[in-house]
Ligand binder design. Structure first.
Ligand code: ZN
Length: 68
């Protein structure tokens, strides 16, 4: 009788505990979504939008302003 050793790892994307299993296609991630996020596929669009909202010049001006 083969007893498969399983242990718990943390998903690199969301830090959720996930059991490491042979049949987990997404390991070391907890889900397909987290795997895609790590690959940059799922989040590529949001990164693009964020880049438009925060251009470096604006961030620099904001950083120079004293917080009052
Ligand atoms: Zn995850």
């Amino acid at each position: 009788m083969f007893i498969e050793k399983s242990f718990i790892i943390s998903c690199p994307t969301c830090q959720k505990s996930v059991a490491w299993k042979q049949d987990n296609d997404f390991k070391p991630f907890c889900s397909k979504r987290c795997k895609l996020i790590d690959l940059g596929e799922w989040a590529s669009e949001s990164h693009r939008i964020a880049g438009q909202e925060l251009d470096p010049e604006t961030v620099e001006q904001f950083a120079k302003k004293p917080i009052d």
